[in-house]
Write a protein that binds this ligand. Structure first.
Ligand SMILES: NC(=O)c1ccc[n+]([C@@H]2O[C@H](COP(=O)([O-])OP(=O)(O)OC[C@H]3O[C@@H](n4cnc5c(N)ncnc54)[C@H](OP(=O)(O)O)[C@@H]3O)[C@@H](O)[C@H]2O)c1
Length: 288
C-alpha cells in the first residue's frame, strides 16, 4: 500500500486563515496583536527562525517587536528586559529564541515570562495547566501535531501511540495532549530498550530524535497501516531530513508526514494562533 502524505503546508495555511480572521476581529475592537521576539547572539539558524516568524506574523497582520541582544547579556539584564515586556500592554506574546548562551539559565529565563504572554507554553504555570488538561497556551509543535492528526481525521481514542522524544519542548507536552485524547501513550528515549518492538506494536509513531547516526525509523520497524509523524529536522548528506526516509515509510504507512513540509510549518502556525489567543487573554476576551 502507499499511504497519504500529511501536508503540513496545507494545514498550516488553513490555521493561518483562521488566525488572519481572528486578528481582523481583534483589530476591529481596537486591539493590535503583537509578538515580541528575543534573539540572543549571532547563531545564523536562530536568526533565520526569528526572521521566518516575523514574516509569518506579517502575513496574518500580527505586529512584531524585535529585540536583538549580544551573546554576552547577563541574566540580570535579561530579567530586566523580560520584566519590562511583561508590563508592556502593547505586547501580547513573548518569544525567546532557544538555545540560550550558557550564562543564561533556560529555566530561569523562560519561567520569568508572564504566563499569559507565554506563546511557547514553556512556563511552569502553563506546563502545569497542560498536565491538568486546562492549558490555553500550549507548546506549539505538540499542538501543531494534534492539529495535523485532526485535519486528516486520524482518531486517537484507544490508539497505541509511541513518542520517541522526551524533551520539554516536544515529548512531554505531546504526551499530555495525546492522553487527553484517550490515546495509550508510551514515551521513549535514548535509554529505551526494545524500541523496535514498541514501534511495531504502535498504531501511531511520532519520532523526534534528530540524529540519523543515533536513530533511523525504518519500514521494518512499523506495522502495515500505521501513522508516522516525523518531527525531526536535521542535515544528513547535505539534505534537510527527519528520522525516516519518507519515500520508503509511505509505502507501508497509512499516513506519514514528510520533512520538510510536515510538522515544521505547523509550529509557526500554532505560534501565530497562540499570539492571537494571548491578545484575547490580555483583553479578557478569553478567560483564564
Ligand atoms: N519541526 C519542528 O517544528 C520542530 C520543533 C521541535 C523540534 N524539532 C526537531 O526535533 C528534534 C528533537 O528536538 P528536541 O529539541 O526535542 O531535541 P532533544 O532535546 O535533543 O531530544 C531528542 C530526543 O531524542 C532521544 N534520543 C536520542 N537518541 C535516541 C535513540 N537512539 N533512540 C531513541 N531516542 C533517542 C533523546 O533521548 P534522551 O532524552 O535520553 O537524550 C531525546 O529525548 C530535532 O531534530 C529538532 O530540530 C522540530
Amino acid at each position: 500500500m502507499v499511504g497519504t502524505k500529511i501536508d503540513g503546508v496545507l494545514v498550516a495555511s488553513a490555521v493561518k486563515d483562521r488566525v488572519r480572521n481572528a486578528v481582523a476581529e481583534l483589530k476591529s475592537r481596537g486591539i493590535e496583536p503583537c509578538l515580541a521576539t528575543i534573539l540572543i547572539g549571532d547563531n545564523p539558524a536562530s536568526a533565520t527562525y526569528v526572521k521566518n516568524k516575523h514574516k509569518a506574523c506579517a502575513e496574518v497582520g500580527i505586529l512584531t517587536k524585535d529585540h536583538k541582544l549580544p551573546s554576552t547579556i547577563s541574566q540580570k539584564e535579561m530579567n530586566v528586559l523580560l520584566d519590562s515586556l511583561n508590563l508592556d500592554n502593547s505586547v501580547h506574546g513573548i518569544l525567546i529564541q532557544l538555545p540560550l548562551p550558557e550564562q543564561l539559565g533556560e529555566f530561569e529565563t523562560t519561567s520569568r515570562i508572564s504566563p499569559i504572554k507565554d506563546v511557547d507554553g514553556l512556563t511552569p504555570y502553563n506546563v502545569g495547566l497542560l498536565s491538568l488538561g486546562k492549558a490555553i497556551l500550549k507548546a506549539c509543535t505538540p499542538s501543531g501535531i494534534i492539529e495535523l492528526l485532526d485535519h486528516y481525521s486520524i482518531d486517537l481514542e484507544g490508539k497505541n501511540v509511541v513518542i520517541i522524544n522526551r524533551s520539554n519542548l516536544l515529548g512531554k507536552p505531546l504526551y499530555h495532549l495525546l492522553l487527553q485524547r484517550n490515546a495509550t501513550v508510551v514515551t521513549c528515549h535514548s535509554k529505551t530498550k526494545n524500541l523496535q518492538k514498541i514501534c511495531q506494536d504502535s498504531d501511531i509513531i511520532i519520532t523526534g530524535v534528530g540524529d540519523r547516526t543515533r536513530f533511523t525509523l525504518t519500514p521494518e520497524m512499523i506495522q502495515d497501516g500505521s501513522v508516522v509523524i516525523d518531527v525531526a529536522t536535521t542535515r544528513h548528506d547535505g539534505k534537510l531530513v527527519g528520522d525516516c526516509d519518507f519515500d520508503k515509510i509511505i509505502q507501508k504507512a497509512s499516513f506519514a508526514s514528510p520533512v520538510p513540509g510536515g510538522v515544521g510549518p505547523m509550529t509557526i502556525a500554532m505560534l501565530l494562533k497562540n499570539t492571537v489567543t494571548a491578545a484575547s487573554l490580555s483583553e479578557n476576551i478569553v478567560r483564564r
